[in-house]
Design a protein. Structure first.
Length: 72
């Protein structure tokens, strides 16, 4: 799997904004913490996009948004 990280690192270097798509029903399970940390170390912008947000109640979605905003 060494080529996987080689490609990921190249994409992170080249990109100005990184978009991470998260499943609103299971946010923590669909995050990739290692990539998020790499993005943060490089000072890049990380944009979270919630998919399937119509399948969770608005309060749960608001909590997830608030939680992610605090972290980065």
């Amino acid at each position: 799997m060494p080529s996987y990280w080689k490609h990921v690192n190249q994409v992170l270097r080249d990109a100005e904004i990184i978009i991470e798509v998260l499943d609103a029903r299971m946010v923590e399970q669909t995050r990739h913490i290692e990539i998020e940390q790499k993005v943060q170390r490089q000072g890049k912008i990380l944009l979270y996009v919630f998919n399937k947000c119509d399948l969770v109640d608005p309060e749960t979605l608001a909590r997830h948004k608030k939680s992610l905003k605090k972290r980065y």
